[in-house]
Design a protein around this ligand. Structure first.
Ligand SMILES: C[S@@+](CC[C@H](N)C(=O)[O-])C[C@H]1O[C@@H](n2cnc3c(N)ncnc32)[C@H](O)[C@@H]1O
Length: 383
């Protein structure tokens, strides 16, 4: 299924859901109970752009979208932004609804003992995202919540979301410190009102404070308390706070179902991102394999060339060896023949001498001088 088809199906599903809810609202209206359901707005069907997987706030995004359209805040403040799952949902709702609000996100972006400590990259990412999408009406204040108080006039904040450290003392402190900043229509949201593990204490503070002001609570996604602190809350909020427990359950289920859809969308997006990352890793590995194979083939070709060259050199060496031994044999033959010729030459010279000597012995003068030579020998014998 293509992305367009998926979007079309989603839109149809949304339209069907709206039509169904509207029919339900009309039916209830006939019984005089539909005031809340008649308050349906587009904000509750908003699909967040920034889907942070496994985030505890995801399930409340439909309510955030709905609330912005209903409360129409001029100033919205969030205490505890972290990666911006809730904060950027508020910003997107402001942008898509056209409500003229200015939003402030306050955080040290250092983390706390419940959220855990995290690195500078989280802040850089949030700043970049804010600059890309919402810089016209959203400012990030990097400081302690108490330090940020001085930035706001008393009685000016219409929506305050408290989502910092979740101990009883911290949430009580944050509420009491910021209470005077709320406008007459001011509404405060508390996240994690049903969470009881470790030293989470929002549930305990919520039990106390919700007895003092009109309020209602969603129990899905770790709980979200909605406290109407101002004396002039938006009428839809006042109606919900005043309605029966039975109808509040319906409302809870409605927003829980819409929230579950956002959680599911985030899971799908995460799976898709993981699949895309796995596909990229596979592509990289495949490319690596292709390169290694090409290198192997090149090495194989080079090896064959060397083997061929070694064989050629060996053949050349063998041929050279044969030529060398043939040459040394020829030299030996020549030397022997030269020596033989020399011997023959000497033999011939000797023979010639002997012949000459014999000729001398046979000559006439030699014979005449024979007595002289004999006398000479005799005289030498006497001396
Ligand atoms: C639970 S997280 C916020 C979750 C966020 N609303 C979301 O949608 O994911 C709490 C954040 O509050 C911040 N924080 C806690 N106490 C703070 C304080 N006193 N001043 C400033 N920031 C604080 C932490 O740094 C952390 O990022």
């Amino acid at each position: 299924m293509s992305g367009c088809e998926a979007t079309a199906l989603e839109t149809n599903a949304e339209e069907r859901a709206r039509a169904g809810l509207k029919r339900g609202a009309d039916t209830l209206d006939a019984r005089g109970e539909a005031d809340v359901l008649r308050r349906l707005n587009g904000g509750m069907f908003m699909v967040p752009r920034r889907l942070i997987a496994a985030n505890a706030w995801l399930g409340h995004i439909p309510f955030a979208g709905w609330l912005v359209e209903v409360a129409r805040p001029r100033i919205l403040v969030e205490l505890g932004v972290h990666r911006g799952a809730s904060y950027f949902a508020f910003c997107q709702a402001v942008q898509e609804s056209g409500v003229r609000a200015f939003c402030y996100g306050v955080d040290t972006w250092r983390g706390d003992k419940h959220a855990g400590e995290y690195g500078e990259d989280v802040y850089q990412d949030v700043v970049a995202y804010n600059a890309r999408h919402y810089v016209d009406f959203s400012a990030l204040l990097r400081c302690d919540f108490d330090e940020a108080l001085a930035q706001f006039e008393d009685g000016t904040i219409d929506v305050l979301h408290i989502d910092g450290l979740h101990t009883y003392d911290a949430v009580r402190h944050d509420f009491l410190a910021w209470k005077r900043k709320l406008s007459p229509r001011g509404v405060v949201l508390f996240h994690d009102t049903v969470c009881r593990h470790l030293d989470f204490g929002v549930w305990r503070f919520w039990r106390e404070i919700s007895a003092e002001y009109p309020s209602f609570e969603f129990r899905h996604s770790y709980g979200l308390g909605v406290l109407l602190v101002g004396e002039e809350p938006a009428s839809a909020l006042a109606e919900i706070a005043a309605c029966t427990e039975e109808r509040r359950i319906h409302l809870d289920r409605l927003f829980a179902a819409l929230g579950a859809r956002i959680v599911a969308l985030a899971e799908v997006a995460q799976r898709e991102a993981e699949a895309a990352a796995a596909a990229r890793r596979f592509e990289d590995a495949e490319e690596g394999r292709r390169l290694a194979q090409a290198r192997c083939e090149a090495l194989e070709a080079s090896l064959q060339e060397r083997t061929r060259r070694i064989a050629a050199l060996q053949a050349e060496m063998a041929a050279a060896g044969e030529a060398a031994s043939a040459a040394s044999a020829a030299v030996a033959v020549a030397e022997r023949e030269a020596a033989l010729a020399l011997v023959q030459e000497r033999d011939a010279a000797l023979a010639m001498c002997e012949r000459a000597l014999a000729d001398v012995h046979r000559s006439h003068s030699w014979r005449i001088t024979a007595p002289l030579r004999a006398a000479s020998r005799w005289l030498r014998g006497l001396t």
